[in-house]
Design a protein around this ligand. Structure first.
Ligand SMILES: O=C(O)CCC(=O)C(=O)O
Length: 276
């Protein structure tokens, strides 16, 4: 796309107290991170990439619980220059770095998560169980590309759960939902949501933050783009689980345990030194 909008590179000023609140809860909402006009401009390209790259092409009723939760398409930024412009925006990466209180962030990967009308719930899970990354300074931006009313909503987060690290070594599915439902009750986590949302709002959550999302009983396609970042300097940890072996090969170029995760698939998306 020509005439790249300057707002993609412009800082977003977080409200006072946001960093501390994020540190305590492990999640935060950032309203109006992408102006409406920006979302309108890029959404058609993201829609196109999402449908072209979707992992599971079966009809909704033939999929399992995880598959019914959303149409999932990864690294949509590779599909076109337009999607890359938006997904890799410095504006978004800078917020991720500020919330993680680090000097820079790298791309782990992006994912479009489109919850279809009639789409199922997103089971309780912790993202970082999949990630062979030797740091808890990991974060996902979850940005709706459409206005989302309260009855559709976004994610439900277990406040402060990230501080407990790996709570169960379970990948997303029926078993994780059942297990973490019990964990939430036993540990007495309070639960938070941030909905409704306007297109271009975003939530951010840490890799170990336990979260889920309700089913979509509306007629709306809940179009969401997520971008996953980690602190620059993060090293690769042992891929001692099939899910982590899968991620190591797919998103980190199969590099060795202990290596700095700075390969060509994981570009630096924002660094404090770029602003001085
Ligand atoms: O969009 C959803 O329903 C869940 C998203 C999610 O689990 C994530 O971004 O980590």
């Amino acid at each position: 796309m020509t005439d790249r909008p300057t707002v993609l590179d412009e800082p977003y000023v977080l409200a006072p107290g946001s960093v501390e609140a994020f540190e305590a809860a492990g999640h935060a909402v950032v309203r109006g991170l992408a102006p409406h006009s920006l979302v309108e401009r890029y959404k058609p390209a993201i829609d196109q990439a999402t449908m072209a790259l979707r992992w599971d092409k079966r009809p909704l009723e033939e999929r399992d619980t995880y598959g019914r939760a959303f149409i999932q398409s990864a690294n949509v930024h590779r599909h076109s220059a337009a999607v890359a412009e938006f997904a890799l925006a410095r504006r978004f990466a800078r917020v991720a770095a500020e919330l993680l209180q680090c000097d820079g962030v790298r791309l782990y990967h992006d994912q479009a998560l489109y919850k279809e009308p009639g789409g199922g719930f997103t089971p309780w899970h912790q993202d970082q169980v999949y990630w062979p990354l030797d740091s808890d300074r990991t974060i996902t931006m979850w940005m709706p590309l459409v206005d989302i009313p309260r009855d559709v909503g976004g994610m439900t987060f277990a406040d402060g759960s990230w501080r407990h690290g790996n709570l169960g070594e379970l990948v997303i599915g029926d078993a994780s939902h059942e297990f973490f439902d019990t964990v939430v009750a036993e540990r007495g986590f309070t639960l938070s949501t941030h909905g409704p949302f306007a297109a271009g709002d975003a939530t951010f959550h840490r890799g170990w933050t336990l979260h889920s999302a309700p089913a979509n009983e509306s007629d709306l396609m809940r179009a969401v783009l997520t971008v996953i970042y980690y602190a620059d300097g993060t090293r690769i940890s042992e891929a001692d689980h099939p899910a982590r072996q899968f991620d190591l090969a797919l998103w980190l170029g199969g590099r060795e345990t202990g290596a700095v995760a700075d390969g060509p698939s994981n570009p630096l998306l924002w660094h404090r030194s770029w602003e001085s």
